[in-house]
Design a protein around this ligand. Structure first.
Ligand code: PSV
Ligand code: MN
Ligand code: MN
Length: 403
């Protein structure tokens, strides 16, 4: 394989691929990524953290202005619409004001006291009914906002062997998810997220992609699996899971974040950018796959980094790694794979990963009238200083709650 310097026509070809990839790439930001969050040991309050849903929309709007790639914001019902459907009008007003739309609707089945022993898998039929009611309200919120995805993460599980029936809880979950799916309209989807542990430490009711896929299938045709990159055991081959979900047409979307140890919720690609490249490669190498069917979402929280900076870093990193994945010459790779030319195949793959696409990203931003250096633009715009001055006292006083 030639390793010579790319010719002008190669570069032009690369540019075309990258521009096309970036034009079609969108990633959703989480409302909770702008608010004060912490670890179970405490929170470090940031002066500029969002203290209301309006401020979360303002921040999301600013991230979209800077990157041109984040037009929607994921909402968590309990934190962002505490009055349920009664808050829809407020959200509509914020959409109009800040130029970003409500994205996925995330029911919250893990904070209320009644969910101590589970929500949709609770042995108490009354609690399961309360959980279903919340899911149904979330479906209605989605309908009212014209948002496609209701995104479920179920924290249910148990901490001690023998203390719960794993099998009966499966049946209870099937029942509730099916009833939720039945209530959705034709344009809505249900995303089922899995996570192996935390908060439960012995068994988690939806612990891996096999369990999520089964439940999605039982729920109905518009239920798909959501892969949160932080929700796997160390060493899990996540791109292989993605390939299987693509093959079975059951990949609904992602919660992207990075981690070193567990569900660390660090900024994208900060620890292992190659992994995110490999995940994107599975998608771009699937014939006929369009990114419209896959919800790319960020799910991260920053205890130490500035919220705005962290979010811009993550969106830009996602664009860079997606662009790099789009550079892989699929035809050439397939030929090398078929002939089992292992090193050449790997080198072709790695070369795309090691390509510095940043100059082409700058060219793309210029061509699309976006700030050429989003992070730099954030710094010089004075946005963070302004929100810190406006919100500082409130953050100090509240100790930084979600509300
Ligand atoms: C749980 O760890 C999770 O990944 C779920 O997606 C939640 O909705 C989100 O984090 C915020 O707590
Ligand atoms: Mn998640
Ligand atoms: Mn998580």
């Amino acid at each position: 394989m030639s390793t010579s310097i790319a010719s002008t026509s190669d570069l032009q070809h690369q540019q075309e691929r990258i521009f096309a990839a970036l034009d079609g790439f969108r990633i959703e930001v989480p409302s909770w990524g702008f608010a004060n969050t912490g670890t179970r040991f405490g929170k470090f309050v940031q002066a500029g953290a969002a203290t209301s849903i309006a401020e979360k929309f303002a921040d999301a709007g600013e991230v979209n202005r800077l990157t041109g790639a984040a037009p929607t914001v994921a909402l968590h019902v309990l934190w962002d619409l505490p009055n349920g459907t009664a808050d829809v009008e407020t959200i509509r007003g914020l959409e109009a004001e800040y130029g970003v739309k409500a994205g996925s609707i995330n029911p919250n089945l893990f904070q209320s006291q009644e969910y101590k022993f589970g929500s949709i898998a609770n042995p108490d039929a009354g609690v399961r009914k309360a959980a279903l009611d919340h899911l149904l309200e979330s479906v209605e919120i989605g309908k009212a906002l014209g948002s496609r995805d209701v995104s479920l993460w179920i924290a249910d599980g148990s901490n001690y062997p023998g203390s719960q029936s794993i099998r009966r809880r499966i049946e209870w979950m099937e029942e509730v998810l099916k009833a939720t799916h039945d209530a959705m309209n034709e344009t809505q989807r249900m995303l089922v997220e899995y996570k192996p542990f935390e908060p439960a430490f012995y068994h988690t009711d939806i612990a891996d992609w096999g369990m999520a896929l089964h439940l999605a299938r039982v729920a109905g045709p518009r239920a798909k699996v959501l892969v949160d990159t932080g929700h796997h055991y160390q060493g899990t081959n996540i791109e292989q899971i993605v390939a299987w979900l693509l093959h079975t047409e059951s990949l609904g979307g992602f919660h992207f974040n990075d981690r070193k140890y567990a569900d660390d919720d660090l900024t994208l690609g900060s620890i292992d950018p190659y992994q995110l490249f490999r995940i994107f490669h599975e998608i771009v190498s699937t014939p006929g796959e369009t990114t419209d069917n896959i919800a790319y979402m960020i799910d991260q929280s920053h205890n130490l980094k500035g919220k705005m900076e962290a979010m811009v870093q993550s969106v830009v990193t996602a664009q860079e790694l997606f662009a790099r994945a789009a550079l892989v010459d699929q035809e050439a790779l397939t030929a090398l794979q078929d002939e089992c030319r292992l090193v050449e195949a790997e080198e072709l793959f790695r070369s795309a990963f090691w390509t510095d696409v940043r100059p082409m990203l700058r060219a793309w931003r210029k061509a699309r009238s976006l700030p050429v250096e989003p992070l730099q633009e954030l710094r010089t715009s004075g946005y963070v200083e302004r929100i810190s001055a406006e919100r500082g006292a409130r953050n100090q006083a509240s100790g930084g709650s979600y509300a």
